[in-house]
Design a protein around this ligand. Structure first.
Ligand code: MN9
Ligand code: PYR
Length: 332
C-alpha cells in the first residue's frame, strides 16, 4: 500500500513536481461511479458486489471505481454502511480493479475524518470530498480549511476535491481553489469536476502546466468537450453500462478520429437526452443498470423513489435501438 513512504516531508515543499515521492500508479481510463446495490427491503446488498466488479471489468472494460458518491447514494447511507461498502469494494476489487477512490464527504468534519482514516486503513487508492452543503463554505479558504482537516487524516492517500455545484450549491470556482492548494493539502491529487462550466475546467488545465494534478470530468454527456480541453479522465454513472462504448470514444479521440469520437458522444447523448426528458436521476440509473447488466441493484433509498416500469421499458427500448459504430453487422 505504502508507495508514498516519503510523503511526510512533502508538506514543506509546496508544488514540487520532482519531489522525492515514489511514482504512484497513474489513474488511466474511465472511472465508474458505483451504484449501491440494495435489497428489496432497503438494506445494502453486499453479496452483489462480487459480480458487479466482474461485470465492470469483463463487460465494460472499466477498471476504476468511485465508491459512495452521488450515484452510490453516499450521503443517504449511514457511516457504518459506507464503511462496509468501502471494504467490500476493496476486497472484491483486489487484483481486478486498478483504482478504488472512496468518497468520504459528509456534512460534519468528524464523520469525514473517520471515513478518511477508514479508507486509508483499507488501502484505498484515493479519497474524495464534496463541499459540505448545509452550512456552506463561502470562499476558497473556508473550503480548503475543511478539506485540509479531512485529507490530513489520510496523509498517504491521494486526495480529490469533488466539485458538483448543481448538487452542493457551492459554486467556488476550481480555477481559484487550485492556487496554493498543494501547500495546504500535500496529498492533493486533482478534481472530480462535475460541472458544465468548461471555462473553469479549461483554466484549471491551463494552470496545471506541470501536469501534477488530474482533472476527471463528471458530466458524461459532454465528456468529449472536456477531453478536447485536456481532461485526464472521467468519473460517471453511465460508465456502469456504457463503459465499453465510452472507451471506444476515448480510443477514437486518442487516435485521433474525431468524427468517430463524435459519433459515440452523439449516441450516448441521444440516450441521455431521451431519459433526461423522462426524468433521470440515481433511481433511474439503478433501474437502467439492473436491466442492462442483469445484476439486481434494487430500489433507491428515500427520499429517492424507484423508477416507474414505464420508464424502464422506454429507456431499455431506446438503448436497444441505438446502432453503435461498427456494430451494425451484429444486429439480428
Ligand atoms: C449529478 C450526477 O449524478 N452526475 C454524475 C456524475 O457526476 C454523472 O455521471 C451523470 O449521472 C451523467 O452525466 C448523466 O447525467
Ligand atoms: C457521478 C459521480 O461521479 C458520482 O456518482 O459521484
Amino acid at each position: 500500500v505504502s508507495v508514498l513512504e516519503s510523503k511526510a516531508v512533502i508538506p514543506l515543499i509546496p508544488s514540487s513536481p520532482n519531489s522525492s515521492m515514489a511514482p504512484r500508479k497513474k489513474l488511466k481510463g474511465l472511472v465508474a461511479a458505483t451504484i449501491t446495490p440494495m435489497t428489496p427491503d432497503g438494506k445494502i446488498n453486499l453479496p452483489v458486489i462480487c459480480q458487479y466488479v466482474d461485470y465492470l471489468v469483463n463487460e465494460q472494460n472499466v477498471k476504476n471505481i468511485f465508491v459512495n458518491g452521488t450515484t452510490g447514494e453516499g450521503l443517504s447511507l449511514s457511516i457504518q454502511e459506507r464503511k462496509q461498502l468501502a471494504e467490500e469494494w476493496m476486497c472484491q476489487g483486489k487484483n481486478k480493479l486498478d483504482h478504488v477512490i472512496i468518497h468520504v464527504g459528509a456534512l460534519n468534519l468528524p464523520e469525514c475524518q473517520e471515513l478518511a482514516r477508514h479508507a486509508a486503513a483499507i488501502g484505498a487508492d484515493g479519497i474524495a470530498v464534496i463541499a459540505p452543503f448545509f452550512f456552506k463554505p463561502t470562499n476558497k479558504d473556508e473550503l480548503i480549511a475543511f478539506m485540509q482537516k479531512v485529507a490530513s487524516e489520510a496523509p498517504e492517500v491521494p486526495f480529490y476535491y469533488y466539485h458538483i455545484p448543481p448538487l452542493t450549491g457551492v459554486k467556488i470556482r476550481v480555477e481559484e481553489l487550485l492556487d496554493g492548494i498543494k501547500a495546504q493539502i500535500p496529498t492533493f491529487q486533482g478534481v472530480k469536476f462535475s460541472d458544465t462550466d468548461l471555462l473553469d475546467l479549461a483554466q484549471c488545465i491551463h494552470k496545471n502546466e506541470t501536469g501534477e494534478f488530474e482533472f476527471l470530468y463528471g458530466v458524461d454527456e459532454q465528456l468529449l468537450g472536456a477531453l478536447a480541453l485536456g481532461a485526464n479522465g472521467a468519473v460517471g454513472s453511465t460508465y456502469n453500462y456504457l463503459g465499453r462504448q465510452t472507451n471506444l470514444m476515448l480510443q477514437a479521440f486518442a487516435k485521433p478520429d474525431l468524427a468517430l469520437a463524435q459519433q459515440y458522444q452523439f449516441l450516448t447523448g441521444e440516450f441521455l437526452n431521451f431519459v433526461v426528458k423522462l426524468g433521470f436521476g440515481v433511481a433511474q440509473t439503478k433501474a437502467v443498470m439492473t436491466s442492462v447488466s442483469g445484476i439486481p441493484m434494487g430500489p433507491p433509498r428515500l427520499p429517492l423513489v424507484a423508477a416507474s416500469s414505464e420508464f424502464i421499458i422506454k429507456a431499455k427500448a431506446k438503448l436497444d435501438s441505438i446502432v453503435w459504430p461498427n456494430e451494425c453487422c451484429h444486429a439480428g
